[in-house]
Ligand binder design. Structure first.
Ligand code: ADP
Length: 271
């Protein structure tokens, strides 16, 4: 009898704990939805006045001949563009979190995508006197092209922003029979072991990077959180290898296109 009673009590306790857990889970879920909703609404509403500012700042330039005023108007335009970029980062992340963004899978060659990345960042690299090397590849992949482009752009943008000397290299290699790995190498400051998982959290920024004006250009600490979410959606992953003082390597693994596509990795870098 004592054993039965003890058993029943144990069952009752398990049931109570389970229901408490379910209750807490529901609360967490509601909080996370409210947060995503707030982010989406806030970033959407904040972009409206920005749009007006964009129009007004261009209007300031019309017919203006005073160089000082023209410079000021351009400066306003740049600031507005930066803010707009930050808000769209917020908006995108909240859309990703709420499940509003779903991948559209297709098969495509990686090389043209890397050429787009090259075009986007070539001038920025030159301005910062950094080398930007994108190795040619004939790999084909099966994924969402826009989302993958977003991932690579975020990684290359970070690599260039946080690197002071040297440069950035993007290479592609096979990962087993079914996947390819795209690697973004930089000769930047590296990331300390205790920060290596945290950099993928929303709003996390390494103190040193925040403190250094050169690195700060813009950023909310959402880029890598977005990369992480996108890779999760794509069924792949992003991995960081880094040692402080020796740069960082961010690599993403994605499925390659069907067996008929060639995935031989070329050895000839293009610059
Ligand atoms: P943001 O760059 O906008 O601050 P991210 O989410 O892209 O946000 O990156 C989070 C933090 O990780 C950055 O603030 C920076 O401290 C660190 N980080 C990201 N990429 C690199 C890199 N390539 N080299 C060194 N530190 C980096």
């Amino acid at each position: 009898v004592a054993l039965t009673e003890a058993w029943e009590e144990l069952e009752a306790r398990i049931a109570a704990a389970t229901s408490e857990l379910a209750h807490k889970n529901a609360k967490l879920e509601a909080a996370s939805q409210a947060r995503a909703h707030f982010l989406a609404a806030a970033s959407h509403d904040l972009r409206q006045p920005l749009y007006a500012l964009t129009l007004f700042s261009s209007a300031l330039k019309v017919g203006e001949t005073d160089p000082a005023r023209l410079t000021r108007a351009s400066h306003i335009q740049e600031c507005v563009a930066t803010l707009d970029g930050l808000f769209s980062e917020l908006l995108d992340l909240s859309r990703l979190e709420s499940g509003a963004m779903q991948p559209a899978f297709s098969e495509f060659a990686l090389d043209p995508l890397l050429e787009d990345v090259n075009r986007t960042f070539r001038m920025i690299a030159e301005k910062r006197e950094l080398r930007l090397v994108l190795r040619k590849t004939d790999a084909w992949v099966h994924t969402d092209r826009i989302m993958l482009a977003r991932v690579i752009n975020n990684l290359v943008s970070n690599a260039l922003r946080y690197t002071e000397r040297g440069g950035v290299l993007v290479g592609v290699r096979r990962a087993g029979d079914t996947h390819v790995r795209i690697e973004v190498w930089d000769t930047g400051p590296g990331i300390a072991p205790e920060h290596q998982t945290r950099v993928f959290e929303e709003f996390f920024q390494v103190e040193q990077a925040r403190a250094d004006a050169e690195y700060r250009e813009h950023g909310l600490g959402l880029g890598l959180a977005t990369v992480h979410r996108l890779m999760h959606l794509l069924g792949g992953e992003v991995v960081l290898r880094s040692r402080p003082g020796s740069g960082s390597v961010f690599s993403v693994t994605i499925p390659r296109a069907g067996a008929e596509a060639s995935t031989r990795i070329s050895e000839h870098p293009t610059e």
